[in-house]
Design a binder for this molecule. Structure first.
Ligand SMILES: [Zn+2]
Length: 437
């Protein structure tokens, strides 16, 4: 299994910290509004990654947080005239519905910042004790000048970063690059800390939740490429300071989503909320469209892409439904533990899903041939297609025939063979109604 590691800019062999186990953390949403389709790309990508590790037999623990303490939430509370907790709960609920609708709910741990305040105090206190952080007028900042490899993830050195940060000079900071671990708040939600009332910094929240759930280091840290800097860089800086490690052995970043070649933005009017997008396209079609592009590359949503994805989805479903007739009529059972070497080759190559989609179409072609020629491998091909599509997060409903269904199917065949097309049509209609044909 080889993964592109953003930390080293290399494709590396995956070696877990603990044999047979994978720990994975993916930055979740700041819950101050509804998420857009760009936020769903990491969700669908890491769902696929999770499913594949499971297929390989790993015991995977997948965590994705809710950033539920944040200045954006304070601002939303003011605007909506409700409390910060009400804002967070409202949008956590909406996000969980999105996960469910996109068939991406298999997250083992969903930590919230609000439940880790003491951990955050301890974490910041330790950083101050070690000289990596300093307090100034109720704020606490991370001391960049003390770090050695700052910029390692985003491939920038401190000098380059400094010249970019100069515009943002803050008299409370020793260095323009220093970032807030704790910030004094004047209005909205506040928490009592050793440094006065305020809220924690976002970069600290994620590291603390990771350390609390998993310990000092995890296998995989994921997120969208836009989080590389400053968010992930600053997570790494804190972990280096406190634990002398880069927090995760493998850093994975997915590319962003464009719509018709343009970046999604509210002003361009191409800003699509996840909950609205699912009304336009079925989750299967969205995922096929998504996985036709490698996760690291930018993805361009076009009508053409979705019509292509829709055709692929139909091809897969039609072949599976025909196979399902044979499986049921012959009293066979699908083999959900079946393995496929070619599929593994593509996935082991840093999750090459575009190749997997092409391979799926080959399997569908082979399955159709087997069905047409009454071959022996219908069950094998159908099982492989079911296993692979499930890893991609696709869902295909296949009817388990009752005795009555089997009778109806038998009768349809008999009427058809006897050229009694009137009766044959009645049974055909019935079987279509039951989603058998
Ligand atoms: Zn994060």
């Amino acid at each position: 299994m080889r993964i592109y590691n953003s930390l080293t800019d290399k494709i590396e062999e995956f070696k877990p910290i603990k044999e047979g186990k994978v720990t994975m953390y993916v930055c979740g949403p700041t819950v101050y509004n509804y998420v857009h389709i760009g936020n769903m790309r990491p969700v669908m990508t890491f769902d696929m990654v999770y499913n594949y590790f499971k297929y390989l037999g790993y015991d995977v623990t997948y965590a994705s947080n809710f950033t539920d303490v944040n200045p954006k939430i304070i601002a939303a509370a003011k605007e909506l005239k409700i409390t910060e907790r009400e804002v967070a709960n409202k949008f956590i609920k909406a996000y969980l519905e999105d996960l469910n609708n996109y068939n991406c709910s298999k997250i083992d741990e969903r930590p919230r910042v609000i439940n880790h305040m003491d951990d955050i105090f301890n974490f910041i206190t330790k950083l101050i004790e070690k000289g990596y952080a300093y307090e100034n007028d109720g704020d606490v900042y991370f001391r960049i000048s003390k770090t050695l490899d700052y910029g390692i993830l985003s491939n920038q050195n401190k000098d380059e970063l400094n010249s970019g940060a100069r515009v943002d000079i803050d008299v409370k900071k020793e260095d323009p690059l220093d970032f807030a671990l704790w910030r004094k708040t004047e209005e909205g939600e506040q928490f009592d800390s050793p440094w006065g009332k305020g809220i924690p910094g976002w970069h600290t929240e994620c590291v603390v939740m990771i350390n609390s759930l998993f310990g000092e280091k995890i296998d995989i840290h994921g997120g969208g490429v836009d989080l590389k800097f400053p968010h992930h860089e600053n997570e790494i800086a804190q972990s280096m300071a406190l634990n002398n490690n880069h927090l995760a052995n493998y850093w994975m970043h997915n590319g962003h989503i464009n719509v018709d070649g343009e970046k999604m933005s509210k002003s361009l009017g191409n800003f699509i909320l996840a909950k609205d997008f699912i009304k336009l396209h079925k989750p299967n079609i969205i995922k096929i469209a998504l996985f036709k592009t490698h996760y690291r590359l930018p993805l361009n949503f076009t009508d053409e892409l979705f019509s292509e994805a829709s055709t692929i989805d139909e091809k897969i479903y039609n072949a599976l439904k025909q196979a399902n007739v044979k499986v049921n009529m012959d009293n066979l059972e699908y083999n959900y533990d079946i393995k496929d070497k070619t599929f593994e080759e593509y996935m082991d190559d840093d999750f090459n899903t575009p190749n997997v989609i092409s391979y799926l179409l080959e399997l569908v072609k082979s399955l159709n041939n087997e069905i047409r020629n009454k071959g022996e491998n219908v069950l094998e091909y159908a099982s492989k297609i079911l296993v692979i599509t499930k890893i991609l997060g696709l869902k295909y409903e296949l009817v388990k025939f009752s005795d009555e269904d089997k009778d109806d199917y038998q009768k349809w065949l008999e009427y058809r063979n006897n050229k009694d097309f009137g009766n044959a049509d009645i049974y055909r209609e019935k079987l279509i109604q039951k989603n058998i044909l």
